[in-house]
Design a protein. Structure first.
Length: 188
């Protein structure tokens, strides 16, 4: 069953999600990759404000391609989330509620998600051109010198994701559990 959610996220919404749930996300989503995450955590260490209020927000680990004529944005596929693992717990503690990327997360990130009541969504790699069709608006809001890795504020409609880590620590990547969800694996 496909669930529809709207960002920014409320705790009540996050609490209803379980690893393996397939979602369509609409609303505001920010983009950011390693360089932007490093700058944000350095700003936090200096006691400075972040370039956007992370409270209830979602960050999509993506560096979109330039927009072709007539489009809002170019291809926008997820990058490997593990590259942000050193930075994610600090942002989660500041109120960031969700991240979108691909691949498993470190135990420290899973613990921050569980402790702070967040969620991690997996997006399908290789579908970047299709994902771009979900983006209705895009604007650079910080670090324009980073080019495609600048932080962007996106307005998305029905962006397809899967709950990879839920607020209880349930994880689709934990295939050793007998009850582990398998949303994309046919029964053999």
């Amino acid at each position: 069953m496909l669930l529809r959610i709207t960002a920014p996220l409320l705790d009540e919404v996050i609490e209803r999600l379980h690893s393996g749930d397939m979602l369509a996300v609409s609303g505001v989503v920010y983009t950011g990759r390693d360089a932007a995450h490093r700058r944000m955590t350095e700003a936090l260490a200096r006691g400075e404000a972040l370039p956007f209020d992370p409270t209830g927000q979602i960050i999509y680990y993506a560096g979109p391609c330039p927009a072709p004529p007539g489009r809002v944005i170019g291809s926008i596929g997820p990058t490997t989330s593990g590259r942000m693992d050193a930075y994610a717990p600090a942002l989660i503690r500041c109120g960031l509620k969700a991240m979108i990327g691909k691949g498993p997360r470190s135990p420290e990130v899973v613990e921050a998600i569980r402790t702070c009541g967040g969620v991690y969504f997996a997006a399908v790699g290789g579908a970047a051109a299709l994902m771009s069709r979900c983006v209705k608006q895009a604007e650079v809001v910080a670090y324009p010198d980073l080019g495609t890795e600048a932080i962007r504020r996106l307005v998305v409609e029905d962006l397809p994701v899967v709950v990879a880590v839920d607020c209880r620590g349930g994880c689709v990547y934990d295939v050793t559990r007998a009850d582990a969800p398998r949303p994309f694996c046919p029964r053999v």
